[in-house]
Design a protein around this ligand. Structure first.
Ligand SMILES: [Zn+2]
Length: 311
């Protein structure tokens, strides 16, 4: 079932790499409002019916059967670490180049030069459980088509794609980092861009109700590729973090993971939420370390292009 807005995603644009596994090669602008898509493909006289899910965190389109697609990049090392992300084979060849050349890369230090912006309208209902995945680089909840969650920024609606976590935080506020950062990725097209709602967490004396709902079965997702269900999600603390009276920063940056796609707007709640030590240790114990290094200031030359010796 393909609606007209998703006409660009068709078997003719797919790369078959295995009879029952395929990756779709598309330029970024064509995908973002097409989630999820139920597609029927005939291959070797066998009808393959599958859900295509889109993760803007890893920015890939992949066949999602029983297993989770574990990320092909890491946060350490010369081969798959962030200094070589640009040379990895991404979801289509060459897509990661902007990781090393882009001048609006994220994360950044949020200083006084970063402006405040309007509050988004968040339409994430409470009370639904969703699948929590360990994709190797983070814990992630992906919209697999069961959620019609969205946000409204200005006059545009962005559909909920996924939320995931980084520890320690990727963004800094006036140089200060935080124990945990959450990204909620929302996407739209025409023109294509993402809006990433960003929440920072400090350690406090009480548990965070949203994290409690997310982590209800976290003990079942300690290994890459494993999945479980969240509890009934309670987005109230998240909605409150972006209330109209809340402090926030807004800027145009990039995804912080390959392919580092720009045209990504961050809306960052700059007053951290709190979580318990136990919640922090649960998340940190599973995802270990997954923060990309702080990028150069917006508009400045990419750090990887100025890091060569000048002799
Ligand atoms: Zn992220």
């Amino acid at each position: 079932m393909l609606d007209s807005s998703c006409a660009a995603i068709s078997p003719s644009t797919s790369q078959f790499i295995h009879p029952k596994v395929f990756f779709i090669s598309l330029p970024i602008p064509t995908y973002s409002s097409c989630l999820p898509i139920l597609i029927v493909m005939f291959f070797k006289k066998t009808a393959l019916v599958g859900m295509i899910a889109i993760s803007a965190h890893a920015a890939h389109l992949s066949w999602r059967a029983e297993s989770v697609k574990v990320s092909n990049y890491t946060y350490t090392g010369s081969s798959t670490g962030p200094f070589n992300w640009a040379n990895l084979q991404g979801w289509y060849q060459g897509a990661n180049k902007v990781c090393a050349t882009g001048k609006k890369q994220s994360p950044i230090n949020l200083d006084s030069s970063i402006q405040t912006g309007e509050a988004p309208t968040i339409n994430y209902p409470d009370g639904n459980a969703m699948e929590l995945e360990n994709i190797g680089t983070t814990l992630e909840v992906v919209n697999k088509g069961t959620a019609s969650y969205s946000i409204v920024v200005g006059d545009r609606t962005f559909l909920f794609n996924n939320f995931h976590f980084h520890t320690p935080s990727e963004h800094r506020i006036n140089g200060e980092s935080f124990p945990l950062e959450m990204h909620i990725v929302n996407a739209a097209r025409d023109p294509a861009n993402n809006v990433v709602l960003t929440v920072l967490f400090n350690i406090g004396t009480s548990a965070n109700a949203f994290l409690t709902s997310v982590l209800q079965n976290a003990a079942s997702v300690t290994s890459p590729g494993s999945t479980t269900m969240t509890g009934n999600l309670n987005f109230t603390p998240i909605r409150n973090a972006f209330a109209s009276s809340a402090a926030r920063k807004v800027y145009e940056g990039s995804l912080t993971t390959p392919p580092c796609t720009e045209n990504t707007q961050f809306i960052i709640a700059t007053t951290p939420l709190t979580m318990s030590i136990a919640q922090y240790n649960t998340i940190k114990g599973i995802i270990k370390f997954n923060a990309r290094y702080t990028q150069n200031a917006l508009g400045q030359t990419n750090l990887l292009q100025i890091s060569q010796p000048r002799s």
